[in-house]
Design a protein around this ligand. Structure first.
Ligand code: BMA
Length: 829
């Protein structure tokens, strides 16, 4: 009790001494209604109209059954949100009071006590409104009136003389995926999607701390701390950085100050797999006459990032140098974690980014059709050593560029740069997703019968936004060490050969082009920023598609509705037939669809890594989902790892051995992404029958050196010599790469000589033994291919091959009463 009293006392002391304070208005009682109706309902802020309607039982959950269709009317309506709050005479003694909306979705008019104080037209901007004059002592009424973004978009579209693809989505500065995507439902939201607060301040306000890294050496980091200070009183102030104070003079109005700050013997921020992502606290404060005026704190990391593009005999390199060393980028693409992004929690962000770290990734691309992510996302990336490729939020369409739109984009870019740039994880700003590609390759001009002038206008508008407005804003607002700009991802569409010799590439010959997975071995780009294949979500997530009893049947309407690609089911089935026996049983189909996806991505990732340093990055499409759906994700909506995520973890290990069959040979590539040289490395393999019987063995004649951050084609063998007269369908190869000096296995792999459907697998006798409530041991007599542990828990490993006569221990995230298990054999018999 005493402690609480003391704490309250201290808190009041600080609160009253400080000249700045905040009040959160999100936690006030909010209500909402359809403009056309009279009844008010309770609302949540931050939130969105769909969730409010759901919470009031006015609409069903759009993620369940086929309900998405039933809620489409919402996007055409206008919605009023309202709250009231009290202001005391003491509050009004503050010189300045601002109302701050961190995010409004999207077209709204804000009224305070009946007076219009602001109109908004961009979901990605922050709105700061001076309100001292509009506030009154006692109760104050705050209203936010939203207009349908779809209807506003349609009005804007009419002003353009030609039809824009997927109109009207590109006219509205709002998350584009809400208009429906090939993995996402159409749920065009409205609402107060981020916090609302009142900011009270006196004398001066401290804004936007920009931390610029000037010099970084082993001995020191020279930083410049830039601050924007708006002062109402001119005079002498004290500015402190981590307790180190300095006198400054401020004029009344806006002041831009820059103060050098040094860190001795800096510990670098290292990407995952290279070391620790060390972080430093930078606390700044502004004082006047020993009174605290304002304080701010930032967490930074000391690192350098460069994008290296140098001409070479094949084209142009494309890779990131991090802390002066070339980094092979391993990672994935991020989409919003929920169609109702306000539902994302800190825990979910932390979990998904930790899952990236655990799968040996070091980079993630925030895809341009979603949102500039929540602060917690970037914080998690900072803490886990995951670099961020940050798209601006423009995707797969044409965009207007009238003056109003340009200004709007500039302010959006400014807000986002100011919010994000101090994060050490931030590596690159990218203008957009697939817009250059859409203009050049997707044939919209023909489809919508554009005149020559229309087509020229589209290109002119593109250049305005992505060659001028955005890069100019980056130069103006971003710190000098955070200015890498890449105009469009991909830079060149996958139909053009240059997409493989320079820039970044989205290779969609697999899936969209329906080419076989093996084509990945030929189509290796300099930097693969997208490629992917769909797989079904786990059973738990599949079941969650139903409000009632799940009907697990491929022909069920609900199951079908949770695949958003128009030909998705067909493409999956076509590919499945090529490599697997297509099961009729739903659970087995679900399992094989995941194996298929993992197999495709394994082939791609291995092709990319084998080509290091020609290829220096591989980011598969996509990490996560925004609802329960069949998609390209490796982690489903409920956070469960699909077979792909387990595979990615294996394929992204720092040291890997990647066998490749070429003509009559089997080559063994060994790749090392660590900055550590292995001097005496040996390679040995066995050829085994599925029952464990050894058919042969071999190895590299000599030990070799595996260079730091290097890779080599270790050795090549004539296939005939390895296999002899054995049936390719009855054997596999097990290979080990050993560091002889330290007597340690550094990589291990299995290689099959036939497609899964052709393997003559014997029935494994799989046994599970309980070690503790959260650990099991699984064993087999003969080879168990693609062992699948089934249960609503996270298994530390799953979808793995268990070698003949071996066992493996697996940890469970939570205890299970019953664990079922199957393997590929079960789908073939
Ligand atoms: C990529 C992405 C997304 C899409 C994916 C799969 O090009 O940029 O637009 O979801 O393809 O089709």
């Amino acid at each position: 009790m005493n402690k609480i009293l003391l704490f309250t006392f201290l808190f009041i002391q600080i609160f009253t001494n400080a000249q700045t304070s905040e009040r959160n208005l999100s936690s006030e009682k909010w209500k909402f209604k359809n403009v056309k109706e009279n009844n008010w309902f309770t609302a949540s802020v931050p939130g969105t109209v769909h969730l409010d309607l759901m919470n009031n039982k006015i609409i069903p959950d759009p993620y369940k059954d086929e309900n998405e269709k039933k809620v489409q009317w919402i996007e055409n309506e206008n919605w009023d949100y309202q709250t009231s709050f009290n202001i005391s005479s003491k509050d009004l003694e503050n010189q300045n009071i601002e109302l701050i909306f961190n995010g409004l979705d999207t077209f709204s008019e804000i009224y305070l006590n009946g007076k219009l104080i602001q109109s908004t037209d961009n979901m990605f901007r922050k709105w700061t409104i001076p309100v001292r004059q509009s506030l009154k002592n006692g109760e104050n009424i705050l209203q936010v009136k939203f207009r349908s973004a779809v209807n506003v978009g349609k009005e804007l579209a009419q002003k353009v003389p030609f039809t824009m693809p997927e109109s009207p989505r590109s006219f509205v500065r709002k998350a584009q995926y809400q208009f429906g995507w090939d993995w996402g439902p159409r749920l065009v939201t409205a609402g107060i999607w981020k916090d609302v607060k009142l900011n009270f301040w006196n004398i001066a306000r401290l804004d936007h701390i920009k931390i610029e890294q000037k010099i970084l050496t082993k001995q020191k980091a020279d930083l410049n701390i830039h601050a924007e200070i708006f002062a109402t009183e001119e005079g002498k102030y004290t500015f402190s950085i981590n307790g180190k104070s300095q006198n400054i003079s401020l004029k009344s109005g806006l002041n831009l100050i820059s103060i050098p700050y040094q860190i001795q013997n800096p510990k670098l921020w290292q990407p995952n797999g290279w070391g620790n992502p060390n972080l430093y606290d930078i606390k700044v404060s502004l004082q006047k006459d020993s009174k605290m005026i304002a304080e701010k704190s930032e967490k930074i990391g000391l690192r350098t990032v460069e994008l290296i593009q140098e001409k070479d005999e094949k084209g142009k390199s494309f890779y990131f140098k991090v802390n002066g060393k070339p980094m092979y980028a391993k990672g994935t693409n991020w989409i919003p974690g929920d169609s109702f992004s306000t539902r994302m929690t800190k825990e979910k962000y932390q979990h998904l980014i930790k899952d990236c770290k655990d799968a040996n990734m070091n980079m993630i691309r925030v895809w341009g059709g979603g949102i500039y992510e929540d602060d917690e996302f970037y914080k998690a990336c900072d803490e886990n050593g995951i670099l961020v490729w940050q798209d601006f939020m423009f995707a797969g369409s044409f965009y207007p560029a009238d003056e109003k739109f340009q200004k709007n984009v500039e302010l959006e870019v400014k807000d986002q740069i100011e919010r994000l740039q101090n994060h050490p994880s931030l590596a690159l700003w990218c203008g957009n997703n697939e817009i250059d590609e859409a203009i050049v390759n997707w044939g919209y001009q023909k489809q919508f019968k554009y005149s020559k002038e229309d087509s020229l206008q589209v290109w002119k508008d593109y250049k305005k936004i992505f060659h001028e407005v955005i890069p100019n804003s980056i130069q103006k607002y971003a710190s000098s060490d955070k200015q890498i700009y890449w105009e469009s991802s991909p830079s060149i569409g996958w139909g053009h050969k240059e997409s493989l010799t320079e820039g970044d590439s989205h290779y969609w010959g697999v899936w969209w082009g329906e080419q076989p997975f093996e084509i990945y071995n030929e189509k290796v780009p300099r930097f693969a920023s997208e490629y992917g294949f769909q797989g079904m979500p786990t059973l738990e997530t599949t079941k969650s598609m139903f409000s009632g009893n799940p009907e697990l049947d491929l022909n069920n309407g609900t199951i079908k509705a949770h695949e958003k690609h128009s030909r998705g089911w067909e493409i999956i089935e076509n590919y499945m037939k090529r490599d697997f026996i297509v099961p009729t049983d739903f659970v087995k189909y679900n399992y094989v669809s995941q194996l298929l996806q993992a197999r495709g991505m394994q082939i791609a990732i291995e092709a990319h890594r084998r080509s290091k340093p020609y290829n220096m990055g591989t980011l598969y499409w996509q990490l996560n989902d925004c609802w329960p759906v069949v998609s390209w994700s490796s982690i489903d909506y409920l956070g469960n790892w699909k077979a792909l995520h387990y595979q990615v973890k294996r394929s992204f290990e720092n040291q890997v051995i990647l066998p490749e069959e070429k003509d009559e040979n089997l080559d063994f590539y060994v790749i090392n992404d660590e900055f550590k040289t292995f001097e005496n490395v040996s390679l040995e393999f066995d050829i085994l029958k599925f029952n464990g019987e050894k058919k042969g063995s071999g190895g590299a004649a000599e030990v070799r050196t595996l260079e730091s951050n290097g890779g080599l084609n270790f050795d090549s063998f004539l296939l005939e010599e390895i296999i002899g007269d054995a049936d390719r369908n009855e054997i596999f190869l097990h290979v080990i790469v050993r560091d002889e000096k330290n007597e340690k296995i550094i990589a291990e792999s299995n290689y099959f000589f036939a497609k899964p459907k052709d393997l003559k697998l014997p029935k494994p006798n799989l046994k599970i033994r309980k070690i503790s409530s959260t650990e099991i041991e699984i064993s087999t007599d003969v080879l168990a291919k693609d062992v699948y542990l089934i249960g609503d828990t996270h298994f530390s490993d799953n979808f793995f091959d268990l070698l003949p006569g071996t066992s493996r221990r697996i940890k469970l995230s939570k205890p299970l009463k019953k664990i079922e298990v199957m393997s590929l054999w079960d789908t073939m018999n």
